[in-house]
Design a protein around this ligand. Structure first.
Ligand SMILES: [Zn+2]
Ligand SMILES: [Zn+2]
Length: 220
């Protein structure tokens, strides 16, 4: 079982604050990973404290793409955890990569690669805005975790399919309308920048789950 807690989202559960951006914490039982950082690092650390996570216990940070609402919390998280390994799409700006290298171990991602046991990057996808998504594999199937899904649902799902049956998707889906790619899934947790939340909710009422800061998904 993989525990995924939404730490940062445009919307929030009571006790958490909504703020434009996305971040999720992944606990595999062996390792703790962070996916994106929202834009306000102080708020991100506050939400970590609220769920009882010490930022120093995170071993890996995966940044989906170089947009302000996904990387804004980077300075605070590097300050709180100097030993972190940071995975970025290789298309990140050279200046930003140089700055990250000064404070952390930087890994540039081009092709699909296993980042932790059962957790894969799709590799850098997309043309205009390059982005990596994660595939989280459990004994019973795999789940896709997206930042904004700028490369499109099709490109991300095509890249994820080599991990077998995709049981669910969590994260931002931007303006994606290829809902037929979602219909076989059990969990559709579209949050952050997803434009068509209402349409997705209506199309898949039993599978749609609200995604907001403070929500915990137990992925099996
Ligand atoms: Zn975004
Ligand atoms: Zn974006």
């Amino acid at each position: 079982m993989i525990k995924l807690t939404v730490l940062y989202d445009n919307e929030a559960c009571p006790g958490f604050a909504g703020s434009w951006g996305f971040s999720a914490l992944i606990e595999t039982g062996k390792e703790i990973l962070l996916f994106d950082t929202g834009w306000d690092g102080t708020l991100l650390l506050k939400h970590m404290e609220k769920i009882g996570i010490d930022p120093a216990s995170i071993s890996k940070l995966v940044l989906s793409h170089q947009h302000w609402d996904h990387i804004g919390g980077l300075p605070e998280i590097l300050h709180a955890n100097p030993g972190l390994t940071v995975y970025v799409p290789s298309s990140f700006s050279e200046n930003l990569k140089r700055e990250i290298k000064k404070r952390a171990n930087l890994v540039e991602i081009k092709e699909a690669v296993e980042i932790s046991n059962g957790i894969w990057s799709t590799g850098e996808l997309g043309d205009k805005i390059k982005e990596q998504s994660l595939v989280l594999s459990t004994e019973n199937g795999s789940y896709v975790l997206t930042g904004c899904a700028h490369p499109g649902i099709d490109a991300i799902m095509d890249a994820a399919l080599c991990h077998g049956n995709i049981k669910g998707i969590i994260g931002g889906l931007h303006d994606g309308e290829r809902f037929e790619r979602l219909k076989e899934m059990e969990l559709i947790a579209a949050g952050h920048c997803t434009v068509h939340k209402e349409k997705i909710k209506v199309a898949f009422p039993s599978k749609y789950k609200e995604t907001r800061a403070g929500v915990l998904f137990e992925l099996r």
